[in-house]
Design a protein around this ligand. Sequence first.
Ligand SMILES: NC(=O)c1ccc[n+]([C@@H]2O[C@H](COP(=O)([O-])OP(=O)(O)OC[C@H]3O[C@@H](n4cnc5c(N)ncnc54)[C@H](OP(=O)(O)O)[C@@H]3O)[C@@H](O)[C@H]2O)c1
Length: 321
Amino acid sequence: MKAALYRSTGKAADVLRVEEIPRPEPGPGEVLVRVYASGINPTDYKARSGAVPRPIDDFQVPHQDGAGVIEAVGPGVDSGRVGQRVWLYLVAAGRRCGTAAEWTVVPERQAVPLPDGASFELGASLGVPAMTGHCCLFSDGPLDGMTVLVAGGAGAVGHFAIEFAKRAGARVITTVSSPEKAALAEEAGADLVVNYRSPDAAEQVKAFGLVDRVIEVALGANLQLDLAVVRPHATIVTYAAEAADPVLPVRACMTANVTLKFVLLYGAPMTALGEAAADITAALAAGELTGLPAHPFPLDEIAAAHEAAESGAVGKVIVIP
Ligand SMILES: NC(=O)c1ccc[n+]([C@@H]2O[C@H](COP(=O)([O-])OP(=O)(O)OC[C@H]3O[C@@H](n4cnc5c(N)ncnc54)[C@H](OP(=O)(O)O)[C@@H]3O)[C@@H](O)[C@H]2O)c1
């Protein structure tokens, strides 16, 4: 089969190649999936560049997320799953074959039914971002009637965090840095969109209401804003590391009685992943999850696709194997 792969870490154009490799076979408990769309996330290009290195077993086919159709099942898997449309998560976690290939193999629980109304491009956008958004939002109980602040609401995780928070009955405030991103956050359903670079950003948020839960992409940059707008006993959940770690203003955090939490999808408990996967498919079936604008690239242009994602393309970069 045709696959994109790298054998060492480095710049996209230096290390990514498209080669013919043997098609993997599904082992016990696994399914073989014909991949129709493969989503790129920051974790994929950070692993490829070596910024956050992962062990390479001879070669690595990149990308955790994808969508396609189950073509064969291994021993112990219901053969009725053959022909099922699925979305995939954490495919390359500890495995050599991610989704940037014509076929991939995953444990069957990581191939989640994709409702007919949902495109493969949307399916390939879900794994890392939607599961991370879900795990962050619900890491501290239900949200009905609460006010949630999603930092960076036009980002991949932020987008799904807005949609899940609305679905869960929360009032949602989000921050962005441009009118183009504000439009995307409004489309996702945010009730209030604030430019985080505005000098009165905190006042705009407070005028809407104090915040119970913050889903944070840049803790150091935003902690002052977050502490200014949270209700006592609020929770700030962070899922991204910045270039430099923040200095923690301990007294201000104590005064706010705030709880700081951190989420890394790779270490999320299986129960949380299972709940997120089920809720994502239910939301898709209800038509309550949408994708950011997609930027599709053919597999042969894998290096250009990585460069687009790394340079901050607004929307979702997708590779079509
Ligand atoms: N912990 C985990 O398991 C996990 C899972 C997924 C992602 N991540 C990490 O989370 C980060 C975001 O991932 P992503 O896929 O959502 O990336 P993305 O699609 O590139 O979105 C990042 C967003 O963050 C916004 N942003 C940057 N600085 C901000 C600030 N100071 N205040 C508010 N918004 C800000 C950006 O908007 P502007 O450019 O307009 O500022 C952008 O929209 C990456 O570092 C990724 O590695 C971690």
